[in-house]
Design a protein around this ligand. Structure first.
Ligand SMILES: NC(=O)c1ccc[n+]([C@@H]2O[C@H](COP(=O)([O-])OP(=O)(O)OC[C@H]3O[C@@H](n4cnc5c(N)ncnc54)[C@H](O)[C@@H]3O)[C@@H](O)[C@H]2O)c1
Length: 370
């Protein structure tokens, strides 16, 4: 198969969908790979490394879309790319159709095969192509939180791990899923006193078993949250209710009960945030302050560490991409339920229920396109 990797053109997106190691894998299976010049630059991969791995460089995005049977990307296509997409071309990338009606209609019009990273799903209902980004965001939450606790950045001026004779900071993690678990591990590793809250008792049992001594698990409810935020120095918002907006576990009035200089990193900002006062920020201007509480609400945290994020993402996507290239998308999806769940829009038909519901479009069973 002919595979094309365009350079990401969405604002501030430095990841790339394929590493030189990925190119080598495709070559091993007998495929042809075209990479747009400098596509890997933002993640630290030079053009020469791609050439050495067996890729051919093309200077423009038009040439990449023009030649490829399968396009592998990171972010959804933006308006300037829509008309480059050909009928029956396979696009394997994040789409998040339910958040863009324009994109949904554009892909229906182009007649492409849109296989979305975010809906590839395992039988245990986990989302293998979202997990690595949650891992990055969870780990980063502590790194960023520790930084904004510094006095010059308007934090309380407390060192996360303390020192001998001086107690460490108190970290509260709301939600014990992927983000929360990674955040708690990082905070614990730095020596903080960590509380992790979740509504799922089985999850709390599991976390209690695997976490180090300085992590305590507590049931998430309003009473317990009100108590914990009075004391916390750093709070990480990491809740998720699939398909719904995040619940506001910390309301505006509760901010007044927190100590000045407390830092809140609301990782759940992409689902509306679990702190009522959270509004999305960017890496250029990541924080704002309300009632002396520092809010960090960057919606694409992994974008700040493109090297790690690219490797994490491609580790997860490559095995699926190889199947798609080896078998063609129809056979690969027919034989692999996980991939089949990734099909969203095919040949002008919406085959993912959530997307059809979001924009009031006719839903067609995925079997009709296989
Ligand atoms: N900002 C970013 O850059 C970024 C990056 C990756 C993920 N995210 C977001 O982070 C959030 C968490 O993702 P995840 O992968 O950890 O999800 P997950 O499904 O693995 O974990 C969510 C956890 O929240 C718990 N929960 C639900 N309601 C709760 C409540 N009221 N109190 C406490 N816990 C509750 C669930 O039981 C679950 O354990 C999502 O909104 C995700 O989109 C943001």
């Amino acid at each position: 198969m002919i595979i094309g990797v365009p350079k990401e053109i969405k604002n501030n997106e430095n990841r790339v969908a394929l590493t030189p190691a990925g190119v080598a894998e495709f070559k091993k299976h007998g495929h042809t790979v075209y990479i747009q010049s400098t596509a890997g630059e933002g993640s630290g991969f030079k053009d020469e490394e791609y050439i050495k791995a067996g890729a051919t460089l093309l200077p423009t995005i038009e040439e990449i879309y023009g030649i490829a049977e399968m396009i592998i990307k990171v972010k959804e296509p933006i308006a300037s790319e829509y008309n480059l997409i050909k009928k029956d071309q396979l696009l394997f990338t994040y789409f998040h159709f339910a958040s863009s009606e324009e994109l949904t209609h554009a892909m229906i019009k182009q007649g492409a095969v849109c296989l979305a990273y975010e809906t590839v799903e395992k039988t245990d209902r986990s989302l293998p192509l979202l997990v690595p980004m949650s891992e990055v965001a969870g780990r980063m939450a502590i790194q960023e939180g520790a930084k904004y606790l510094e006095k010059p950045l308007k934090g309380k001026g407390i060192l996360l791990g303390g020192i001998p004779g001086v107690p460490p900071a108190k970290v509260l993690v709301l939600g014990g899923g992927i983000v929360g678990t990674q955040a708690a591990k990082m905070a614990a590793g730095l020596g903080a006193r960590v509380v992790i809250m979740d509504v799922s008792l089985p999850r709390l049992r599991y976390l209690s078993d695997i976490m180090p001594q300085n992590v305590v698990t507590i049931m998430s409810n309003e009473y317990n949250i009100r108590e914990a935020i009075r004391e916390a120095d750093l709070i990480v918002g990491a809740v998720l209710i699939p398909g719904a907006k995040a619940p506001h576990l910390i309301t505006r009035d509760m901010l007044k009960t927190m100590r000045p200089g407390t830092v809140v990193v609301d990782v759940a900002v992409d689902q509306g945030g679990c702190i009522e006062t959270c509004t999305p920020t960017t890496h250029e201007n990541p924080t704002f302050i309300i009632d002396d509480v520092v809010h960090y609400c960057v919606a694409n945290m992994p974008g700040a560490v493109p090297y790690t994020s690219t490797l994490g993402l491609t580790n997860a996507t490559l095995p699926y991409a190889i199947q798609l290239a080896n078998k063609g998308w129809k056979k690969a999806c027919a034989e692999n339920e996980e991939l089949k769940k990734g099909l969203n829009v095919v040949d002008g038909k919406v085959v993912y229920k959530g997307v059809a519901d979001a924009w009031n479009l006719t839903f067609e069973s995925v079997e009709t396109v296989l």
